[in-house]
Each structure stands twice: as C-alpha cells, then as structure tokens.
Design a protein around this ligand. Structure first.
Ligand code: DUC
Ligand code: ZN
Ligand code: ZN
Length: 466
C-alpha cells in the first residue's frame, strides 16, 4: 500500500487557499495532495466536507491549581477529550510556577498529570509568578532550549501578579532567551480598590465581578504592558482582549513599530456583563476575567477578528463546576463575588461558534477561520509547519467539518467536566464530524475511536513573532 489513509473527495482549506483534492497520509504525516489518490489501507470519504487543519487552542487551563478548596473541572483526560470532540488536535495549557518553587519542578509535576492521559497533543506555556534571578537568568534560557518557548505573566491577582520592574526583567530575559511572552492585562490595584468599595456597599452578587474589573482597568494595563515591552524591545501577546479600547492600544503600539499579537475569545463575542446579572447565583456561570462587556464590545471584537487586530481566537477554557462546593458555588463564592473562581468552559464550543457565527454569518471567510483557529497559533507558538496546516510533511492533524450540520449546544452533548456551558441553547451550523491526529482517527461523529494516551507532548521552536 502506498498510503495508510486517503481522505477522498473533500475540499481542503488552509489559511491561504481552498481547493479540491485528496489527502494521502503515511506514518502520521501528509505525504501527498493530488486530484485523485489510490492505494491505501483506509479510505475516508469526505464528500461534502471541509478538510481543515485540526484546531489548535493555544489558551486553555487544565488541572491547574486554583486556590484553597477549588478544583478545576477538567484534568488532561477530560479536557483533551472535550477538545477533540470540538475539532482540536493540539491544546496548550499553562504550567503554573508555584511560588517558592522552580519552573523545572512545576513542569515535572505538571507533566506527571498529563502523562498517558491525553487524547490529543499538548504543549505547555510557563506561568512565571516568581521571577527570581535564578529563574530568569538560568532556568528560562535552558527551558526555551528544551522547547518551552512561551511564558505568561499576570498583571492582576494578588498572588500571581508581577510588579512593573518584574515584568521588565521577565521581558528582558524572554527576549534574550527567545521566549514569547503572553500578558494578562488588568490593573490589580484598581480592581482591588473597586472590590473593596463594592464590599463596603454590600454589593456582593456575581454581577459586581464585572463592575469591579472595568474596561479602563484593562485598557490601562494593556497600555502599560505594551509600553514596558517597547522599553525593552520585546514582542508580546495581549491575551483575552475584551473590548475596543484595549484593541486600540494594540493598534497604536503596532503603528509605533512594536511587534504585538492579539487574542480574543468566544465569551467576548457572545456574552455581556448582563449575563452576570442572571437570577439567583446563575451569573456565577459567566464570571471570567476580563469580564464580558457589552454589545458594542462584541462588535468591536468581531471587527478585530476581521481586520487583523487579533491573530488568535482561543477559548480560554478555564472550567469550574457550578453546583459544587469546590467550584463556582463554593461557600465563600455564594456569599461574595470575589471568591467565585474566574473562568468558564469553552474548548469544545470555540470552533463551532467561530464557524457558525463567523463563517456562516459572512463575517470572516474559511481561510481566516483556519488562520484564527489553527495556523496562527502554530506560527506564533513555534509549532509551524509541523502543525497548523495541510501541507506535505506536516502532521496529519485534520478535522473534517460538515458545514450543513446544525447542532443546538447543550451541556448534555459536551465532554468537558463542567456541569454547564455558557452557551446552552445556542444553535450553530457547522460541526467537526471527524478528528484525525497524526493520521489516526480520534473521534468520528459521537464515537470516541482513539484511546487515552494517543496524544503526545510537543516541544516547540521559536515564535514567528520573534
Ligand atoms: N486568566 C486567564 O487567562 N484565564 C482564566 C482566568 C484568568 O484570569
Ligand atoms: Zn489571563
Ligand atoms: Zn486563561
């Protein structure tokens, strides 16, 4: 046999082109693209389907330590399973540096959680919370050389945030080490002031999460992050951007010549702060940071996806169960919004939402869909061209999409560990009906075909932004 698998009669879509051809796969890689291919052990008929690169979700949280008594709803098993059913073949979760420990130790612990558990491929970003001279001077350069080529820093959360001088030192080290830095931009001092004021006024319901983290707090931190990056001439990614004013900061920095990538997420297209004002404590289901804003911000984020302000569309999947004393409705969270864990699930719904609301409604074309959901993630995070495209030599990571399949999103059909979806009842048109990882089918319709452990860990090279 010339091929292990042929995907026949589909329409191949990449970030640049859409064309009819068969795809020949051997030893887990794409080895032929041609009008008609024959001679394979397995033939997959893709008539009427789009043959797209598997989704890469470069911003997910799995099995992450989340504070006293709080447990994340997804480990590597459930998180990668859910991701696969949502059309993804690679996810990139965050390895948190526990304060007082080294990055190496945190990585060892995090790898142990992932080992043998994953249905699709994974690669870790490093979250730097304790940027000591040893971490920045010794560990980071060695880790980048070992394929950990991206880090995240926080400007908010008392226990995670870095001061401006620490951000500068981290950016400086990242530049010389060859790491790409992702920044969570919200002004912690402003947020703490506003939380205090809400508490003094007895304003403790979930909706006050949104008012304690206003647009100005995000805009200011975005501006500051971009200024700090400019001072040490270091490219950065502004993650989970929620509104126009933060987008304008990115645009202005680019106009000054800075290298900046931008990311937005489904929650900023479909949710608003009004969702946090739902009856009883239901608003807790929508608590994430930055919070969802308003309709105008949604329109702005769509513009950003269209005009290139955003390079990345990620889920920021950060799942907590709702009816759970280790989740959203923990004892303290029920009484005060500040103790509701921040984050919402979305790894399985990211791509159907972008396909349906974006491609289906004429806001973006198919090629932009692929760029935003796969190719740009591979390029920016050092996986390209092994991942993120359909080309000879690339891994055969492929999602077959049925553009006509209509699905009503409901928690019952999802595979994550959360007990709700923020998108309950949303009807989408277009669904990934088969997902193939390095040539092997992982999911086919509702069926799980691959076994746990079929995903592997990916070392990465330098970002295209550096
Ligand atoms: N930042 C994230 O990136 N995800 C969830 C919570 C947060 O603050
Ligand atoms: Zn963040
Ligand atoms: Zn996140």
């Amino acid at each position: 046999m010339q091929f292990d698998t042929i995907i026949r009669n589909g329409t191949v879509v990449t970030a640049s082109d859409t064309f009819r051809c068969d795809v020949g796969i051997r030893d887990g890689r794409i080895v032929s693209l041609a009008d008609t291919l024959e001679n394979a052990a397995e033939i997959i008929d893709a008539t009427g389907l789009y043959v797209m690169p598997g989704g890469i979700d470069s911003h997910v949280h799995l099995a992450q330590p989340s504070g006293d008594g709080i447990v994340m709803a997804d480990d590597f098993e459930s998180g990668t399973l859910s991701a696969a059913f949502g059309g993804n073949t690679t996810v990139m979760p965050f390895c948190m540096q526990e304060k007082g420990t080294t990055l190496r130790q945190s990585l060892k612990d995090y790898h142990a959680k992932a080992e043998g558990e994953c249905y699709i491929d994974v690669s870790f970003h490093l979250v730097v919370t304790d940027p000591t001279a040893y971490v920045l001077g010794q560990e980071l350069p060695a880790l980048v050389a070992d394929g950990y080529s991206s880090i995240k820093v926080f400007m908010t959360y008392d226990n995670l945030r870095l001061r401006d001088d620490e951000i500068l030192a981290t950016l400086d080290s990242a530049r010389s080490s060859g790491a790409l830095v992702m920044v969570h931009c919200e002004n912690e001092d402003a947020i703490r002031f506003l939380i205090g004021r809400h508490e003094a006024n007895g304003e403790l319901a979930p909706k006050f999460h949104a008012t304690s983290r206003p647009v100005a707090a995000e805009r200011e931190a975005t501006h500051r992050a971009l200024s700090l990056a400019e001072i040490v001439d270091t490219p950065i990614v502004i993650v989970h951007v929620s509104n126009r004013e933060a987008m304008e900061e990115i645009q202005r920095a680019r106009a000054r010549g800075s290298k900046v990538a931008g990311e937005t997420c489904p929650q900023y297209l479909l949710l608003t702060a009004d969702d946090l004002d739902a009856a009883e404590l239901e608003g807790a289901k929508f608590v994430c940071s930055p919070p969802p804003r308003d309709k105008e911000s949604q329109a702005a984020c769509w513009e950003g996806l269209q005009n290139g302000t955003f390079d990345l569309f990620s889920s920021d999947h950060c799942p907590f169960r709702y009816e759970d004393d280790q989740g959203k409705l923990n004892e303290k969270g029920k009484r005060n919004f500040r103790w509701i864990p921040n984050g919402i699930p979305g790894v399985e719904t990211r791509l159907p939402i972008l396909f349906s609301e974006g491609v289906g409604k004429g806001r973006i074309d198919l090629n932009r869909f692929v760029a935003l959901s796969s190719t740009n993630h591979a390029k920016l995070y050092g996986l390209y061209p092994r991942k993120g495209t359909i080309a000879i030599g690339s891994d055969a990571d492929i999602a077959l999409w049925d553009p006509e399949k209509t699905v009503t999103i409901s928690n019952d059909i999802l595979h994550h560990g959360a007990d709700y979806t923020p998108y309950e009842g949303l009807e989408v048109k277009g669904w990934p009906v088969r997902v193939i990882l390095r040539g092997k089918t992982v999911t086919a319709g509702h069926e799980l075909v691959a076994g746990k452990g079929s995903g592997t860990y990916l070392e990465r090279t330098r970002s295209s932004l550096l």
